[in-house]
Design a protein around this ligand. Structure first.
Ligand SMILES: Cc1cc2nc3c(=O)[nH]c(=O)nc-3n(C[C@H](O)[C@H](O)[C@H](O)COP(=O)(O)OP(=O)(O)OC[C@H]3O[C@@H](n4cnc5c(N)ncnc54)[C@H](O)[C@@H]3O)c2cc1C
Length: 364
C-alpha cells in the first residue's frame, strides 16, 4: 500500500484526495491545520467553470441546491454608474466555511483519512527523495505528497513567480438593493483591481477589495472604507457588519511554474494558480487538485517511483488546463489599467457594446 499526504484541505486538497481515492492501493492522508468549519477570507464566488468541476466531483447538485444563484453582474468603473450584464451562464455564492467543510467531508466519505488540527511543518527529503512529512502530531512516512496549503505556502518549491495582491473584506446584513447579480467596481482606490459585493442570501452579503500593494498611499482599511462609502454609502445606511474585517494575501500568476519535485506535486494557490485580474482561485484549485491526484494515482498504480521526471508533466498539464484563462486575465489586467473599461461602460447602453462586455465577462 502506497501512502500519500495531501497538505491542506481547501478546495485543492479535497479535490486531489477525491481524485487519488479513485486509485486502488493508495492510502490518502488529508492533513488540515484547522478544524472544520473554519473561516476563510473569500468572496465565495463559484464561477460557471467551478460549478462544472463540482459536477465532475459529483457535488454539483448538492452545491447548487445550497448556494445563492447568480445570473448577472453589475460592473462599474471610474466611479460611474454600474452597468448590468446578463449572460446564459449561471454562477453561485456559497459561504467558504460551509463549502470547504462539505468538500473535505466528501473526501473523507470516499476513504481519505482526514486529520484536522494537524499542521505540516516540513517535507522530509533524503538524498533528494521525499520520504515523509513532519507534522505537529509527529512524523509521517509517505511515498508522495501533494502540497495544497494555499497562498502563504512555504512547502511549495521556492520559485513561484507571480504577483501577490492584498485583500480585505467583511460580511454585512441589511444592505439594500440585493439581487441575483454580483457587483464589481474598478474604482480609483483599487484600480487596476476591483472591489466587490457578493450576495450570499437575500439579506447577507460580503464586501471586499483586492489591490496591488504599494509603498505609501492609503492602507487596506482606508481603501476599504473609501470603497464602501463611495459605492454603498446610501444602500448600507441601515446595514450591520457581522464580525470583524479580515485580510488575506492572494497569490496570482499568469504563467504557472515549478509545480513538481521528487515525490511532490503542487496544486491550487500554493502554486499561485489564481487568475491575475479576477482573483478567481476556487475553480483553479479544484481543477489542479484533480490533475495532481489523477497524475500521482496513475504513477503509483503502475508501481512506479514518483520521480521528478515522471511527475514533471504536471506543470504542462496545469498550463494546458488553465494557461489560456490566466493569460486572458493578464490581458484584461492590461485593459483595466487604462481608461478603456470606463469608456466601454459609458457606451454600454448600445447593444453591440453590451454584447462585447458580456462576452468579456463570461471569458473572465
Ligand atoms: C479576500 C479573498 C476573496 C476571494 N474571493 C474569491 C472568490 O469569490 N472566488 C474564487 O474563486 N476565489 C476567490 N479567492 C481566491 C480563493 O479563495 C483561493 O484561491 C482558494 O481558496 C485556493 O484554494 P486552495 O485549496 O489552493 O487553498 P486554500 O483555500 O487557502 O486552502 C489551504 C488549506 O491549507 C491549510 N493549511 C495551510 N497551511 C497548512 C499546513 N502547514 N499544514 C496543514 N494545513 C495547512 C489551510 O488551513 C487551508 O485550509 C479569494 C481570495 C481572497 C483572499
Amino acid at each position: 500500500m502506497k501512502r500519500v499526504a495531501i497538505i491542506g484541505a481547501g478546495p485543492a486538497g479535497s479535490a486531489a484526495a477525491i481524485a487519488l481515492r479513485r486509485t486502488a492501493g493508495v492510502e490518502v492522508v488529508l492533513l488540515e491545520r484547522k478544524t472544520f468549519p473554519r473561516a476563510k477570507a473569500c468572496g465565495s464566488g463559484l464561477s460557471p467553470w467551478a460549478l462544472d468541476t463540482l459536477d465532475d466531483l459529483g457535488l454539483g447538485r448538492a452545491i447548487r441546491a445550497a448556494a445563492y444563484p447568480i445570473r448577472a453582474a453589475l460592473i462599474g468603473a471610474g466611479l460611474g454608474a454600474p452597468v448590468e450584464l446578463r449572460s446564459r451562464y449561471q454562477a453561485a455564492i456559497y459561504l467558504r466555511s460551509d463549502f470547504d467543510m462539505l468538500l473535505a467531508r466528501e473526501a473523507a466519505r470516499r476513504g481519505a483519512d482526514l486529520r484536522e488540527g494537524v499542521r505540516v511543518d516540513a517535507l522530509a527529503r533524503h538524498a533528494g527523495r521525499l520520504v515523509g512529512v513532519s507534522t505537529s502530531g509527529g512524523d509521517l512516512e509517505v511515498d508522495a505528497a501533494i502540497v495544497c496549503n494555499g497562498a502563504t505556502s512555504t512547502l511549495a518549491p521556492a520559485s513561484r513567480p507571480g504577483r501577490t495582491l492584498n485583500a480585505i473584506m467583511g460580511w454585512y446584513e441589511g444592505v439594500e438593493g440585493i439581487s441575483d447579480a454580483v457587483e464589481l467596481y474598478f474604482d480609483p482606490v483599487v484600480k487596476p483591481y476591483y472591489g466587490w459585493l457578493f450576495p450570499e442570501s437575500p439579506r447577507r452579503v460580503n464586501i471586499g477589495i483586492c489591490y496591488a500593494p504599494t509603498d505609501g498611499g492609503p492602507n487596506a482599511l482606508e481603501r476599504f472604507e473609501t470603497f464602501v462609502a463611495t459605492r454603498f454609502g446610501r444602500r448600507a445606511r441601515h446595514a450591520t457588519r457581522i464580525g470583524r474585517l479580515v485580510g488575506h494575501p492572494i497569490a496570482t500568476t499568469y504563467r504557472p511554474a515549478a509545480l513538481s519535485q521528487h515525490g511532490t506535486l503542487v496544486a491550487g494557490e500554493a502554486g499561485r494558480l489564481v487568475d491575475p485580474v479576477t482573483a478567481e482561485g476556487i475553480h483553479h484549485a479544484m481543477a489542479t487538485g484533480l490533475i495532481a491526484g489523477e497524475m500521482l494515482g496513475d504513477v503509483l498504480a503502475r508501481g512506479l517511483e514518483p520521480t521528478a521526471e515522471r511527475l514533471a508533466p504536471h506543470t504542462a498539464r496545469v498550463r494546458r488546463r488553465l494557461g489560456a484563462g490566466l493569460w486572458t486575465g493578464q490581458a484584461l489586467l492590461a485593459v483595466t489599467r487604462t481608461p478603456v473599461l470606463d469608456w466601454a461602460l459609458r457606451f454600454a447602453s448600445t447593444r453591440s457594446m453590451k454584447s462585447v462586455l458580456t462576452w468579456a465577462l463570461a471569458r473572465a
